[in-house]
Structure formats: C-alpha cells, structure tokens
Write a protein that binds this ligand. Sequence first.
Ligand code: FMN
Length: 542
Amino acid sequence: MKNSLQELIILYHEKTKHHFHNYAIGPDFLDWQNQPLPFRFYRGSEILPLPLLEKDPDADYEGLYKENQQCSFTQENIAGFLELSLSLSAWKQVPGERWSLRINPSSGNLHPTEAYLILPSTGNIPCGVYHYNSFLHCLEKRTEVPEELWQKVTEHFKTEGFLVSLSSIFWREAWKYGERAFRYCNHDTGHAISSLRFSANLFGWKIKYLNSMSCDDIERTLGFHKTEWKELEEEYGEVLCYVYSSNDDISRGLTEEIISSFSNLSFIGIPDELSIEKVKWEIIYNTAESVKKSVTEERFYDYGNKKLDLSSVTQLKASEIIRQRRSAVDFNRYDSVITREKFFSILDKTLQRNNTAPFDIEISMPSVHLFIFVHNVKGLDSGIYFFIRNHHDLEEIKKLSHRSFLWKEVERDFPLYLLKKGNFREEAKLVSCIQDIAGDSAFSLGMIAKFRETVEKEHWRYPQLFWEAGMIGQVLYLEAEAKGLRGTGIGCFFDDAVHEIIGFKDNVYQSLYHFTIGMPMKDERLVDCPPYYHLKRLNSEY
Ligand SMILES: Cc1cc2nc3c(=O)[nH]c(=O)nc-3n(C[C@H](O)[C@H](O)[C@H](O)COP(=O)(O)O)c2cc1C
C-alpha cells in the first residue's frame, strides 16, 4: 500500500537522479575550509588502545566465504576483527597533502560510516559500549555496562558474543555530493557490512543482522539519545548485529527490557565538531526520517546451499586480499581482460547462500541483479548481459526489458543471460557519468534493484536496497583483487539512461549502483608506509 512515506521516498529517488544535462542538486563549489573530518573523536571518553595484529588469520582465499576455525573472543581477536574490516589500510599523497585509505571503501573517501561495539569484559576492556576510532585504532568508552545486563544479553542470544553497530553521518557525504549523498551513505554502509562479515569469517565467527529492531531502538541501545550531537553532525543508527561463534541460530533482536536498560545508562563523551559551517540538505533528513525502520517480526532467511564455485583460486591469503583492496583510478584498456572462468567465479560469489559470507548476515532475500557490459572476457562474446540473483524476478525483468533481447542462457544452471552482442564500451562510459573506468575495463555493470514494490511494501527497505548493492560491491572489490585485477565502485551514473538501454520505462526496477573491474594503471600517489605509521611516531607501544 502506497502512503505518504513511500511517496516521499520515491520522490527523493527521482529527484536525486543524475541526467545528462541535469545532475542531482549539489553544492556549487567545494568548500574546502569546511570539509568534514572523516574521523570522529569523543571528547572526555576514555581511550582504550587496541593492539595491531602480529599475525593475520591464516585463512586462504576460500576462507573469505567458507567457515574457518573458531577463535575465542579475546581483546586481540576483537581488535583484529576491526583491523581487517574498518581500519586504515594505506596512505596516499600529492605535494602538500596526505590522506588515508581504509579497508572499507567510501564514495569520495569521505567515510560517513561510524562503528560501535558493545563488549563483555575482555582482557583489560571492561564490559561497555564503545565507539571504534579507526584513526587511532582504539575504542572510546561511551559507557560501562553492568555485568548483570550483559548476562541478560548472553542469555537472550543463548551464546557468547558481542554486538557491533553501524551508523551514518550524512553531512560527511552531503558536503561534496549534496542531495544524492544519502544514497552514497547507504552504499558505504553496505560495503562496511560486508567488510565486517568477511573479517568475522576469518576468525571463525558468524554475524546476524538484528532485523526485528527499529532504528530508534538501535540508537537507544547505543546512547545516541543522550549524546550532545552538533547540529547536522548527528549519527543515524542503522545496523545492529550480534557476532557469535556457535552453530545454533540466534534471535534477530533484543528485548525491550534489555534495550531500555541500555538506554537508561549514562553515556560519556562529546563528539568533536567535524566542520564549522555546514549546509542543511533538507531532503536528506526528511528522507532519513521517512525510511526509519520500525519494530518488525524477526525474519529468518533461507538462501539455499548452492555449491560455491572455487575453480579459480589464488595464492593470496584472505587477509592479503582484504588489505590490498583499493579502487582503480584508471584502467589500461588493452590489459583489461579476464577469462570466462574467472568472470563466472566472480559472479558466482555475488549469489546468496546459507552459511556463506557475506550475505549470510541476512539483511533480506536477494533483490538486486547485475546488468553487465562485457567488454573483454576471453571466451565470451562482448555485449550486454543480465545476471539474475533471484530467479523469481526473471520473467518480470524479461517482460519489462527490450523485446529484442536474446535472453540466451550462457551456461546451464548459471543465471547469466546474453541480451545482445556488440561493443558497448562507449555506452557503459556514457551512462557512468562519462567516466573512462566504466568503458576501459574488462567489464562494468549496473546493479538493478526490484524497486517500487519493495519500497511500497516496506518503506525501510529503501536504504537496505543500497546496502545490498554496497555488499555486492565489496564482494566485487575483493574478487577483483583475487583475480589479479582491480575494481571501482561507481556512484555517479545517469539513472534513466541506464534504464533506457535496458528498456525499462518505469520504476519497477531501478539501477542503484555501478561497478567496474579491469587492469589498473599504477597509482603513483600511494605512499609506501604502514597504515599506522603515525601512531608509531606518537607512541612507541604501537
Ligand atoms: C559508493 C561508492 C561510490 C563510488 N563512486 C565512484 C565514482 O563514481 N567514481 C570513482 O572514480 N570512484 C568511485 N568510488 C571509489 C571511491 O572514490 C574510493 O572508494 C575512495 O576514494 C577510497 O579509495 P579506496 O577505495 O582505494 O580505499 C566510489 C566508492 C564507493 C564506495
């Protein structure tokens, strides 16, 4: 049923489309003086430094997806889990400027995503709610949690573990991208979700998204209602997950009794200001309110147990793949080629399966498909293809797209369909805001979500569609590295121009995110120093 909330959300989506001659509304110029800090510091909070990994988990490439040996929830392992998901990964510099990169990517490297942990007593970390500060690789204590309260959490989930949460500061992206920024924040959340899930897998841990909880309940649990946010720098609580290691399934929420006990605690620390002058992009905050999730029934998803394609493995360890992930800035068109087997192996990893990272975190059933521009895949015709991640949508997509499309199955039992042969490099580049990376790669793609019905049924699914796209993006980033190539997420594309190529005339399906994979040109701006070299200078114990 459509109501005013859904109308608002669909209006936001329409209004923030880029068109050839009319980009979504953003700032007229970049106000460098007020670029928001990409790191949050809580003034007055106790800082608990985390150790850096002395040795990475031993998992090989397959270990990204399959279960690994369980590690215990020690301080070192929890620190390692954060290091391999959200920490700094490298530095880049040009004369006069140096900036960090992270394990998780972010549109414009602006990093709107913040992370919190609720931990039991672990090593010298008292039971409490903590903010993860990736610049210092430390925890900032927001509050201590009474042991009896944590006991209730453990009893509720019937297994030991800890909670991890993600939230967004929209201003960080809006500073550069204006109204479209809300979309990018949610993509980034999706990337971070996959990042957390892959990292947890390396320690033999599982994660489930607590899908019954409302956004308000997540914020109350983290103490956001008691935090002195600076105007327009507030965080929006989005995701709360339980990390655990048992084989039994767990509840997908917290009880009201537990949530209100957390919300009654006193929270310490005042968030530092990120920029002095800010611009209020009204539509973002209205949309963020409209998509806020309410309390729902717990949901348990069954994705099936389709066998993983592990035909093209690499010598790289899982953690090496995670650490070396970068975005390509330029591709060498002539070297950007991939074999058919490797291409299939990449696509296969984007399918949702039970007990297989990252999608077994269970956000939803698959709602996003891949519309692919195949430029140079050895053994496969160049042209446009659809990779259908949820076969329930196949007939509908066929009906809505151009009637001339071939829909030729490429291989038995693999949901890849050839639509039309040809060289589509120019079209791919054109629809991706004329970015060369979309045309010079081995292949690029648009992520096509089942849109209108999903949002009309449940308004809070709007950001989740972007999370799913971001999660797929993270899989593609890691797979590209594993195959000796490199990927780049593409948030800038001309929405309806993509739909026109497919033949979509309305918003039953919408393209939400693009991605491209090829052979990168060397990025001369990368600095050869460890990601935490700055801490070594400050404090010899790091
Ligand atoms: C949601 C999203 C959208 C992005 N859009 C673009 C884009 O349109 N063009 C581009 O060149 N890079 C794009 N990127 C890549 C980012 O610029 C890159 O992640 C960021 O600079 C950090 O660098 P790293 O990925 O190497 O860590 C995007 C990344 C994400 C996560």
